[in-house]
Every structure is written in C-alpha cells, then in structure tokens.
Design a protein around this ligand. Sequence first.
Ligand code: ZN
Length: 56
Amino acid sequence: MKKTCICPECKNQIDLSRYPDIKEGLVIECNFCGITLEVTDIVGENIVTEIVDEGK
Ligand SMILES: [Zn+2]
C-alpha cells in the first residue's frame, strides 16, 4: 500500500519514495519546504507527523 503524507507546513504531499521503511519515530524531511517532521502515527495509508523543532 502506498502511504501518503501531507506536510503540515506547506500542505504539499511529501515524496516518501526515499523512505522504504516508514514507522513511528522516523524523521522525514519535506522535499518542498525542507521542514523536519517526525512520524507520530500511521492511520491506514495516512502518515501523521509532528514538526520537529530544531531551533536552538
Ligand atoms: Zn513542507
């Protein structure tokens, strides 16, 4: 099943083809705006993410 993930920041669909093993805790990067996201849940084919705050 092909999973999809919409970036919470720019609302684009993130390309997940470079993440073959998606699971909770995986950190992914939006290929549109460059934001870093952590997978918090997977509901069916929808991946739920949370923005990782890298600010110092
Ligand atoms: Zn984005």
